[in-house]
Ligand binder design. Structure first.
Ligand SMILES: [Zn+2]
Length: 277
């Protein structure tokens, strides 16, 4: 068997609604229930945004606090990763939950286009989010929407701006950003190994119909895998995913196909250099 594969479940995001798929968890209690089921199916990182009751994105630290409490209670050992992404608020409100000291938080280190707008990550905000993560000992996950974001992470890491070795998430298939291109993916893998060392863990996420494809590529190439309703609400063109857990099970089945065990919470914490729960 190969090395353990960490499965990250991105449970909610800031875009999909119940109209897209009724299984998208919106309230904190729905989020805890959906994550618990995904945890039992093998997910060991929960990547989370929070929502208002009308399903619009929120950055309310109180909701993040209730989510963290619920996850710690129902998913013991699971790695909690909060999003500091730009759809949930503007400026410093994006990092308002970092004092809660989640295990990890997503960090975008550069700007790019999204389907209908610019995804703005100005340098002073990136530096501030990274400094808050240092203050509260939160390990960043670098969201690489572009090759330049991986090199920026190297520069920040060398300057001591990031907690621990960067854990890079390749995000591919966002319209107007980096497509799911196999040659680029291979170059991303090579670049992480060159900049951070050949054993450095990394992860990949594909958006929409590219989710399954990126799961194949990442698991087969020795990386870690992200799934979940944030990135994709379907099992195939005609079938809505019945739950986050169903997507996690599909990813776990791929791990078996490529002869990689699904990482346990303690293995995942060890691989990422996180303290035991
Ligand atoms: Zn997200």
């Amino acid at each position: 068997m190969g090395k353990p594969c960490i499965i990250c479940v991105a449970i909610t995001g800031s875009l999909p609604t119940k109209a897209n798929n009724p299984a998208v968890p919106i309230t904190v209690s729905e989020q805890v229930e959906s994550t618990h089921e995904a945890f039992e199916a093998g997910a060991t990182i929960c990547h989370a945004h929070v929502r208002n009751d009308d399903e619009t994105p929120s950055s309310d630290p109180e909701k993040f606090a209730r989510l963290k409490e619920g996850l710690e209670k129902h998913c013991p050992g699971m790695i909690i990763q909060f999003s500091t992404g730009g759809r949930s608020g503007a400026g410093k409100t994006r990092g308002g939950m970092l004092p809660l000291r989640p295990d990890m938080a997503s960090l975008s280190v550069g700007s790019n286009n999204f389907p209908t707008r610019v995804y703005e990550n100005p340098p002073d905000l990136v530096d501030w989010l990274a400094s808050e993560m240092r203050t509260y000992d939160v390990k960043p996950e670098i969201e690489a929407f572009d090759l330049s974001h991986i090199l920026k992470a190297k520069e920040m890491s060398d300057a001591g701006a990031l907690v621990g070795t960067p854990y890079v998430q390749f995000v591919m298939g966002v319209k107007n950003a980096m497509p799911a291109d196999r040659d680029v993916f291979d170059y991303y893998v090579k670049t992480v190994a060159r900049l951070f060392g050949p054993e450095t863990p990394w992860c990949a996420a594909g958006i929409g119909r590219h989710q399954l494809e990126l799961n194949h590529w990442a698991i087969n190439a020795g990386g870690h895998a992200r799934t979940g309703l944030e990135d994709n609400v379907r099992l195939d063109r005609n079938t809505l995913a019945p739950s986050n857990a169903a997507l996690v099970r599909r990813t776990a089945d791929l791990c078996a196909k490529y002869e990689r065990p699904v990482a346990t919470p303690s293995e995942a914490r060890d691989i990422l250099g996180l303290k035991a729960a």
